[in-house]
Design a protein around this ligand. Structure first.
Ligand code: GLA
Length: 372
C-alpha cells in the first residue's frame, strides 16, 4: 500500500491591538494574525509511532500512540503532544506519523508562538485522520490542550485569531459567545512590533495569579451583584460603589478588566471609522492601565512605549500579549514605518544597551493547508 505524500499545514502568530487579559474574563479582544508562521509537514508512517521534530531544537521525540504520556514533559514537544492527547481523549483515532515543525514566530515574545504550533499541529492530526473541525472548534481544542496538558490557564484569543484571522483586518472577538466581527485596518498604516528582547517565559506563574485574582474579584462582587459570572458582567460604577470594601490589589485588577473591555469595544468602532487618533489614545490608556492597575508591564516595555512618543507617523502604542517582557505594538503610517523602526531602535538601545528586533507587520490570514 502506498503511503500518502507529505502535506504541510501552517498557522500564524498574532498581535493584539487592544483588549489585554480580558479573554479569560469573558470579555472582548481585538487581535490580528500576523505574517509570521509555524509550518508543520506531516509524513505518514506504517507503524503506530508519533515522531516529532523541530528545526529549532536538536531533540526529536518518539511516542507510541497506544501509550502517550499522561503529563507534560516540560519540553518543546508538549504543545504538539497536548493536542494528540486531547484528540485521543475525545475519541479520535490517530495513526502513525512524523511531524516536522518549522517556525519563524519569535518565541517568548508575546506573539503566540505556542498557539501557532498548536493550531498547525491540530490541523495536521485532524487531516491525517480525515477529520475536520470548524475554526472556532479548532481554537477551543487547542486552548483545552494548553490549559489541561501544558498547564497554562490561557484564554481563547490566541488560538481563535490564529484560526480565524483575515488579511488586512483585526478581529473583534466576544470571548463569551465567540461571536466576532472583522474590522478593516486602514491600508495606509502598519503595525510596528518592537521586541524588548526580554523573554516573558517566567511569567506563567504571574499569569495564573492574575487569573485567580479576577476570579476572587467576581466572588467578592457577587455579594452585591448576585448572578454575575465574570468581570464582563460588572460596570465601572458598580465596581466604584465598593472600592473600599475590596482588597486594593483585587480592586485594581477588576478596574483594569472592566475599563479595558470598554476601551476594546470603543477601539473597534474607532478603527472601523478610520479614527486613528482616538484609537491611538485608547492604546496609550490601555498601556497605562496594564502598567498601573494590572501590573503586568516591566521597565523595558514602558521604555519602549515612551520611546515611540513624538516619532513621525505614530498614532499610538502599548505592550501586547501577556506582559512581563515581549513586545509593544505601534500603529504607524506606512510611509513612516521604516524611519520609525530605525529611530525607536536607537532610542531603546541608548536607554537600555540592548538592540531590539523590530518587525513591520500587516494583518494576515488565519491557518490554512498548503500543498494538499
Ligand atoms: C496570553 C494568553 C491569552 C491572553 C493574553 C493576555 O497571550 O495566551 O489568552 O490572555 O496573554 O491578553
Amino acid at each position: 500500500m502506498s503511503l500518502p505524500q507529505q502535506r504541510t499545514f501552517r498557522a500564524p502568530g498574532r498581535v493584539n491591538l487592544i483588549g489585554e487579559h480580558t479573554d479569560y474574563n469573558d470579555g472582548w479582544v481585538l487581535p490580528c494574525a500576523i505574517d509570521f508562521q509555524t509550518r508543520v509537514a506531516v509524513t505518514a508512517r506504517s507503524d503506530n509511532m508519533l515522531v516529532l521534530k523541530s528545526a529549532a531544537f536538536a531533540e526529536a521525540y518518539e511516542f507510541d500512540l497506544a501509550d502517550l504520556p499522561k503529563q507534560r514533559l516540560g519540553a518543546w514537544c508538549d504543545y504538539v503532544l497536548g493536542i494528540a492527547v486531547v484528540l485521543q481523549k475525545r475519541g479520535r483515532q490517530l495513526s502513525g506519523m512524523e511531524l516536522a515543525i518549522r517556525s519563524d514566530v519569535p518565541s517568548g515574545a508575546g506573539l503566540s508562538s505556542s498557539a501557532a504550533i498548536e493550531v498547525a499541529s491540530a490541523l495536521a492530526f485532524l487531516s491525517s485522520s480525515k477529520n475536520h473541525l470548524p475554526g472556532p472548534e479548532l481554537a477551543r481544542l487547542c486552548r483545552a490542550a494548553e490549559n489541561n496538558f501544558v498547564g497554562a490557564k490561557v484564554g481563547i484569543m490566541d488560538q481563535f485569531v490564529s484560526c480565524m484571522g483575515k488579511a488586512h483586518h483585526a478581529l473583534l472577538l466576544d470571548c463569551r459567545s465567540l461571536e466576532y466581527r472583522l474590522v478593516p485596518i486602514p491600508a495606509h498604516v502598519r503595525m510596528v512590533i518592537c521586541n524588548t528582547m526580554v523573554k516573558h517565559e517566567l511569567a506563567s506563574g504571574e499569569y495564573n495569579r492574575r487569573r485567580a485574582e479576577c476570579e476572587e474579584g467576581v466572588r467578592l462582587l457577587s455579594r452585591w451583584y448576585p448572578g454575575i459570572k465574570a468581570l464582563r458582567d460588572v460596570s465601572l460604577p458598580q465596581l466604584e460603589a465598593h472600592t473600599r470594601e475590596l482588597p486594593a490589589a483585587i480592586y485594581k485588577r477588576c478596574a483594569h478588566i472592566i475599563s479595558e473591555n470598554q476601551r476594546t469595544q470603543n477601539g473597534a468602532d474607532a478603527l472601523a471609522a478610520g479614527n486613528l487618533e482616538h484609537f491611538g489614545m485608547l492604546m496609550r490608556k490601555s498601556h497605562e492601565s496594564l502598567r498601573d492597575l494590572y501590573e503586568v508591564s516591566c521597565r523595558e516595555l514602558d521604555l519602549m512605549v515612551e520611546a515611540a512618543e513624538g516619532l513621525t507617523g505614530y498614532w499610538g502604542g502599548r505592550m501586547t500579549g501577556g506582559g512581563f517582557g515581549g513586545c509593544t505594538v505601534n500603529l504607524v503610517e506606512a510611509k513612516n514605518a521604516a524611519q520609525f523602526s530605525h529611530e525607536i531602535s536607537e532610542k531603546y538601545r541608548s536607554k537600555t544597551g540592548a538592540q531590539p528586533d523590530v518587525y513591520i507587520c500587516k494583518a494576515s490570514d488565519g491557518a490554512i493547508v498548503e500543498n494538499c
